[in-house]
Design a protein around this ligand. Structure first.
Ligand SMILES: NC(=O)c1ccc[n+]([C@@H]2O[C@H](COP(=O)([O-])OP(=O)(O)OC[C@H]3O[C@@H](n4cnc5c(N)ncnc54)[C@H](O)[C@@H]3O)[C@@H](O)[C@H]2O)c1
Length: 297
């Protein structure tokens, strides 16, 4: 369970306690942590998730424990009835449901577009129809592409390099357009490589931190796409959740602004492997280098 300092908790609680919110993709990695925290702050939470890349392993316990305050709609954000059912009565909609992963989007760009772009439109239409006050959208640092300029700032011109990045950028534009056209208060948070507990390590599309931890800890060779000199801003999930909760509760009206959520520190993939090796007491481990993957920045 994520813990925040007492003053932060009391500030967040004063907004979320007794409030109804919806989390799309709430069975997923970041969404699951967000749901836990919202629940601990006293919010009533409705989760919609089709469980296409997650399970009820974690959320199931909360649902059994708190049926009054946590509701689950198993369905797709592309299904109007399911989204309406989930969003109904929510003051804030946290929209995290998506097909993640750049390689997956290279394999199936249409599905990525449908869920990430059209799905965002469906969520916005429901939020609008049900009078939600705010929509917080899980955008992505992939919008910056491989521009060498550092640090990445929100005023930089986006340069998506993969179907995933393009679909998430489309989502940002939808949030902005719906804010301006229909008066929804929307905000897009560009998360930078989020990592933390319960992040899946087993899928072929696993993120680099859990994939490396699993491989190094078990003594298996790890696969490095490229020479490992590519850097990322690795963001602990508690920080992403805190930024998300602050965005949902900010008093100021938002109209589709884009906000980076990261640490402004770069770590190369090779440095990451070394750090994990040190923590796992495995200072040396076999590495298989493969060519960089299409779409990777
Ligand atoms: N993890 C990161 O580093 C990172 C970085 C940038 C942006 N993001 C964004 O943050 C959000 C959450 O990421 P995550 O790492 O928790 O991913 P995740 O895959 O764990 O969570 C996404 C959830 O969405 C659900 N989902 C997929 N398609 C759906 C559909 N059609 N209808 C309903 N639910 C559906 C999945 O089952 C899953 O539970 C995503 O929008 C992702 O694009 C994540």
């Amino acid at each position: 369970m994520i813990r925040f300092p007492a003053d932060v908790v009391s500030r967040l609680r004063s907004f979320y306690e007794g409030r109804s919110v919806c989390v799309t993709g709430g069975a997923g990695f970041i969404g699951g942590h967000l749901v836990d925290t919202l629940h601990s702050l006293g919010a009533s939470v409705c989760v919609i998730d089709d469980l296409s890349s997650s399970s009820l392993d974690h959320l199931g316990e909360l649902l059994a424990m708190e049926p009054e305050r946590v509701r689950f709609v198993q369905g797709s954000i592309l299904d109007d009835d399911a989204v309406r059912d989930a969003v109904r009565g929510s003051a804030v909609v946290f929209h995290l449901a998506a097909i993640g992963s750049v390689p997956r989007s290279i394999e199936d760009p249409e599905r990525t577009w449908q869920v990430n772009a059209t799905g965002t439109l469906r969520v916005l239409q429901s939020a609008r129809a049900h009078g939600a006050e705010r929509v917080v959208f899980a955008a992505s640092s992939s919008a910056y592409g491989d521009s060498p300029t550092l640090p990445k700032v929100e005023t930089q011109v986006p340069a998506p390099r993969s179907p995933y990045a393009a679909s998430k950028l489309a989502g940002e534009h939808l949030i902005s357009a719906w804010s301006h056209s229909y008066g929804l208060s929307g905000v897009s948070l560009r998360y930078f490589n989020v990592f933390g507990p319960r992040q899946p390590a087993d899928s072929a599309y696993a993120a680099v931190v859990p994939a490396f931890v699993k491989r190094i800890a078990s003594g298996e060779p790890l696969t490095m796409h490229g020479d490992g000199s590519q850097s990322r801003d690795f963001t602990y999930v508690a920080n992403a959740v805190l930024a998300t909760l602050l965005a949902g509760s900010a008093r100021l009206r938002t109209s589709g602004e884009v906000v980076n959520v990261g640490t402004a520190r770069r770590t190369t993939v090779r440095e990451l492997a070394t750090m994990i090796g040190e923590r796992c007491d495995r200072p040396s481990f076999p590495i298989t280098e493969t060519p960089p993957r299409p779409g990777d920045v």
